[in-house]
Design a protein around this ligand. Sequence first.
Ligand SMILES: Nc1ncnc2c1ncn2[C@@H]1O[C@H](COP(=O)(O)OP(=O)(O)OP(=O)(O)O)[C@@H](O)[C@H]1O
Ligand SMILES: [Mg+2]
Length: 186
Amino acid sequence: MQEKSGIPATAPVGLEEKAEDYLKNYDEIKESRQNWIAFLGAPGTGKTTQAALLAKLLIAKKLVPVRFYNAFNLTRQLIATRSRPAEYEAIFDEFERAPVVVLDDFLKILPASNSFEYANFKEAATRAIWARYDARKPLILTSQRTQKEFWNFDEALAGRVFEMCAGRVVEFGENSKNWRLEYREN
Ligand SMILES: Nc1ncnc2c1ncn2[C@@H]1O[C@H](COP(=O)(O)OP(=O)(O)OP(=O)(O)O)[C@@H](O)[C@H]1O
Ligand SMILES: [Mg+2]
């Protein structure tokens, strides 16, 4: 079936090379101290698709449970439950316990840097990264932010993310296609 745009409804999507390597060597990678992978780049270039496909194949081929989190919802939940320690810790517990986590669209919506919300947001985002880092557990991250933006946001956070990825950062650069532009009508 063809969509109006010409994109087949079931466009064949293959795993990107670094993701394929991650899948193939998952058993070894998960035991190593650096076991994360990140998909960074512009909107609509396929970051979530790659992360979801990798998750699906980890479930199907490695029989490993994967939990998918939208980063915005996670930080919002953490901020909302901040004054209720039992609920707050329960969210972390679940986030930390999952054998593999997909954290989708990390740092997408940033509150103004001089706002009260910013401090809360930064704490929630940082603690989420810390949780997986301290436990040394696999994380599949997607973000529209560049590596430079990660470093500008917070050095300690960026340092942990890129240390854990150990070179497994897939960048969808300027020349990457925004698949959604096919749907633009004017
Ligand atoms: N390799 C591909 N071939 C065809 N279509 C693709 C491919 N990769 C992704 N798409 C389609 O392009 C659209 C955008 O993909 P996706 O949501 O993964 O992008 P994204 O980089 O996560 O975007 P955002 O930054 O806005 O979250 C989706 O409709 C997806 O199905
Ligand atoms: Mg996405």
